[in-house]
Design a binder for this molecule. Sequence first.
Ligand code: AMP
Length: 603
Amino acid sequence: MAVDSPLQSRMSSPTTSEKDVKALKFIEEMTRNPDSVQEKVLGEILSRNSDTEYLKRFGLNGSVDRKTFKSKVPVVTYEDLKPEIQRISNGDRSPILSSHPITEFLTSSGTSAGERKLMPTIEEDLDRRQLLYSLLMPVMNLYVPGLDKGKGLYFLFVKSESKTSGGLPARPVLTSYYKSDHFKRRPYDPYNVYTSPNEAILCPDSSQSMYAQMLCGLLMRHDVLRLGAVFASGLLRAISFLQNNWKELARDISTGTLSSRIFDPAIKNRMSKILTKPDQELAEFLTEVCSQENWEGIITKIWPNTKYLDVIVTGAMAQYIPTLEYYSGGLPMACTMYASSESYFGINLKPMCKPSEVSYTIMPNMAYFEFLPHNYDGDGAPEASLEETALVELADVEVGKEYELVITTYAGLCRYRVGDILRVTGFHNSAPQFKFIRRKNVLLSIESDKTDEAELQKAVENASRLFAEQGTRVIEYTSYAETKTIPGHYVIYWELLGRDQTNSLPSDEVMAKCCLEMEESLNSVYRQSRVADKSIGPLEIRVVQNGTFEELMDYAISRGASINQYKVPRCVSFTPIMELLDSRVVSTHFSPSLPHWSPERRR
Ligand code: AMP
């Protein structure tokens, strides 16, 4: 365990502001003895929730110690808690999970029965999230000086929200945060000045929001010191938006008037104070830079003072690193935090490290954390084999080992399996640091969508019904997340077998319908990304010639796979396999229209 702390020595530097010193001291305090912080957090959660139906059910009888808690309360998944969540969402205000009123549901990008999971949250959780955010800049300032001398161009968006039948708002955690006073009325902080006005961020129409945010970013291009979005996919969408709209943006800049496509009154009003006069020089510069064929390094050309990209490129987002490197001319990418709808978890204490070296330090004050040794129940082994006492405390995890994260939150989730697999890479003081390895059971992901094997299987089954009568069958399939295009899209490889020798295959029209049918079968996060956010492109089916999957097996066996245990991979990304598949494609088909989606949940 490392005892010396680089943060500590830099804290005493005379250039570090008082506010930053306070935040850094807090990090030191939390990480010096995480075990006692964890004990306190669990004690607080259990004592305030002792009268909840959930804790009473397991006979905790007011006990607040870890041993009793671990021996009596089971480790659960969302499916286990669904009846309680359903009751709360239907309007039952009794203390079911939490003694504090549930104020809203955060809609996770994880799904259950095709719909977003609903995570309960309480009013004070906003303070906890705010606290984690307040630690980010003090850490960043240790590595990148002068960030108070300019602005951040962040592409931030709210998403559509709905109400549960019991009247509680159901919306993504960031939408909840941006709409809160914590964000809207944040006090001025020279280290957190954004080019995007609140009115643009809060506009529910993502196209108007993006346009206004991009326009502001262009007008203030020399002020921009850092550029980001929450996830890498979001930043790439912004680049793609610029590719498609730079002419209109340049026209607005050259005339000093706002395009008529912006009709949101709040944005119009605010932009009238930002876009006040024509700037011919800027318009000409943009035209020259953007009309070039080659957009390599476009970010640094337009925003020459950018010191880093602030964007998450760990986990599923790692697939975007090469594209971001291309557009940014190799600017550093800072992954600053690790969070979810259930709880915010931790921060990266070395934000300027390479993406492959990112580790997050879990802040022990955020929730009570336990770690399920990853191979303990074997991936996919029956849940019943899980022995609750086998879970490891935050302070006791071992370097090099992998664990699944299990949390107990102030809002009432108890021993809840988040589904993330983390590997311990080291310690800061006595607090472990984790590399995000992967999300359990996720096969395909373009941005916040997460499609698992069962969902893909169901989608293939539903689509293949469209030609079942004709006697054709899908005999094998696999998939690939194509992210070289913006937006990215799902590619599904199909090997088909016709009824007779001629092996006549479904028509192009039927195959296009199959693409759409697959999309209709995928979960609501996927469909929302397609329809409302437009962050995923039309699904593509590539039909491969007969025998391709056998060749795939031969290839795997030649590389050491066992014939007996060989299973067709349901998702592929390894270049030689992709090349093999692509060289056998006989036809490609795209979804001809958008699948159905509405903000309301399916009952
Ligand atoms: P959501 O359920 O939509 O709130 O998404 C939360 C999930 O996003 C986490 O459980 C992780 O799987 C993933 N995630 C969040 N932050 C990061 C990060 N910094 N790196 C990799 N994956 C992340």
